[in-house]
Design a protein around this ligand. Structure first.
Ligand SMILES: [Cu+2]
Length: 169
């Protein structure tokens, strides 16, 4: 009995190890980040919002875990809901990206809140943003700054909702 249980344990470890290696090599190209943009901020603003579209072309879900940008102390994921005319923001610890889904961050909805802005974001400028995914790892994007209060970056494609629809948690 002892021998058999060791065999089973050995097989289990082998399975876990191969599963892990597969997860690391098969995912990096499946997540695409498009249309990164931010709203310009007035001088002295302590926070700003950035938006991206995340597309998962892979066969399994991935999860956006964190984001960093040199222009801010930290970047949080926020969701915004309106109830009886009152707008509320709630922080999301992570954002699930289902297989085949396109998750669009946009004004009045999910956004990246750049807290502790170190500089004003000026229209026409760009800054780097690094997104970290559970499986795809780190993805660097360049964020273009649009007008103060802009509702979109000018790319109409960003306004269409994919078949999978946005995923929140
Ligand atoms: Cu916010």
């Amino acid at each position: 009995m002892r021998f058999a249980s060791h065999l089973i344990l050995g097989a289990l470890i082998a399975f876990v190890v191969t599963g892990h290696v597969q997860a690391q090599t098969s995912h990096p190209s499946t997540i695409r980040v498009e249309n990164a943009w931010a709203r310009a901020t007035p001088a002295g603003a302590k926070a700003g919002a950035a938006y991206v579209a995340v597309i998962n072309n892979g066969g399994s879900a991935d999860r956006l875990l964190s984001a960093t940008a040199p222009v801010a102390q930290k970047v949080q994921f926020h969701t915004e809901t309106e109830n009886n005319g009152i707008s509320r923001m709630r922080e999301l610890r992570s954002v699930e990206i289902d297989p085949g889904a396109k998750v669009v961050f946009k004004p009045g909805d999910m956004h990246m809140m750049m807290v502790g802005l170190k500089q004003a974001l000026k229209e026409g400028e760009t800054f780097p943003l690094t997104l970290t995914f559970e499986k795809a790892g780190k993805i660097d994007v360049t964020v273009s700054v649009a007008k103060v209060g802009a509702m979109q970056s000018g790319d109409m494609k960003s306004m269409t909702h994919g078949a999978g629809g946005p995923t929140k948690n």
